[in-house]
Structure formats: C-alpha cells, structure tokens
Design a protein. Structure first.
Length: 111
C-alpha cells in the first residue's frame, strides 16, 4: 500500500447509489412472478384433491410470501422487511413440519 494514501481501504461512495433501471425492472418482474405464483398456490390450496397437495401449496405460499417481502425490502432499502421474511420462514417451516407430522402419524405431539 502506498504510504502517501494511507487510510480507509474502502470509504463512503461519493456518488448517489440509487437503483438503476435494470435492477428496478428485475425487482418489478420478480414481484409480479411471485404474485402469480402465490395466486396459483392459493388456488391449489383450496382445490387440492388431497391433504398432501394442500400442505405443498401451503409451503409454496409461505415461501413466495417470504420472497415477496425480500423483493420489497430490496426495493425500499429497508431492513424491516428482511426481519419479517426471516420470521415468516421460521413459522412456515414449523407449520409445515407440524402438518406433515400430523398427516403421517395422526398426531402432532406424541404422548
């Protein structure tokens, strides 16, 4: 490292770091795709011929909801959406595990 230019290796940027057009289009397109996927999963949740199909639709629904929150967090640059997405992932995993165990054994909590 040059002794004349000692200091922080990476400092704050001088330019305005706004979302460029390609990223804005990609975020909008991803939000649209996740919305369509959530609608189709909602239809499968209500019309599913078996309970296993409904559990799978529930998994797809909460994962797409979580990803929609992540896209919204990228768009607004707010960390709150990332925390909410983490909570949705945690509760969705616990819920789908409990539903799968109930379908497999007929009970959630073993005596």
């Amino acid at each position: 490292m040059d002794p004349v230019r000692e200091g922080a290796v990476r400092g704050p940027s001088d330019e305005n770091l706004r979302m460029n057009g390609v990223l804005e289009f990609a975020v909008g397109f991803a939000a649209l795709c996740f919305g369509v996927a959530m609608a189709l999963a909602g239809i499968r949740l209500f019309r599913g011929p078996s309970a296993q199909d409904r559990v799978l639709a529930f998994d797809t629904l909460y994962i797409n909801g979580m990803l929609s929150l992540l896209v919204l967090g990228i768009r607004t640059r707010s960390m709150l959406y990332f925390d909410m997405a983490l909570l949705i992932a945690l509760f969705g995993f616990v819920g789908s595990t409990a539903l799968a165990k109930f379908l497999l054994r007929g009970e959630v909590i073993e005596p």
